[in-house]
Design a protein around this ligand. Sequence first.
Ligand code: DX5
Ligand code: ZN
Length: 214
Amino acid sequence: MIIAPSILSADMANLKSEVDMLNASAAEWIHFDIMDGVFVPNLSFGFPILEAVRRCTAKPLDVHLMMVQPERYVERFKAAGATILTVQYEACTHLHRVLEHIKKLDMKAGVALNPHTPASALEEVAHLTDVALVMSVNPGFGGQTFIENSYDKIRRVRELLLRKNSPAAIEVDGGVTLSNAPQVKAAGADVLVAGSLVFTASHPQEVIAKLAAV
Ligand code: DX5
Ligand code: ZN
């Protein structure tokens, strides 16, 4: 299982030491939640934080755009160091075009589905999708409770990807805990995002190792 700790819950006053901690952990990716205050009712951070972390780690930067019109910033996120660029399905009028653009710039392309968006939304873009991100909370905030319907949703995404012969990874984001992680994995997840769980732990590296071994 790939673990992607979310920087949203990190101590921003000690970002370098938080990233050093992740560098020495079993985390394979580092997750960035970019919020614009329009698509979601919250603001987070942007390019300076991404660039700063890029200078402190060799791990892939997994950037999750919770913003309207993400197509306006694809080049900027590439330049800032994104490895994987994930857009929200609901925010893209021309999703196919955005995914092609991301891949053309040699990034991995991700599609995030809000809890109300059916797995079938991926039907016509599965071949352009490297990461299918299942939101297991309504996006906007860390520390929310996992939505139980997500298990079935993950299974439906897995079925769709198999049927489409897509090697895309399934990433699950929101409310992941040590107790629900085994069920999330059993449903078909390949990547787990964990924010508050990791960064509020007294031994974050142990939590990451436990999640990775689920
Ligand atoms: C929610 C974000 C998540 C969030 C996860 O809007 O997309 O990545 O940071 O945080 P936890 O693990 O605390 O639910
Ligand atoms: Zn996220």
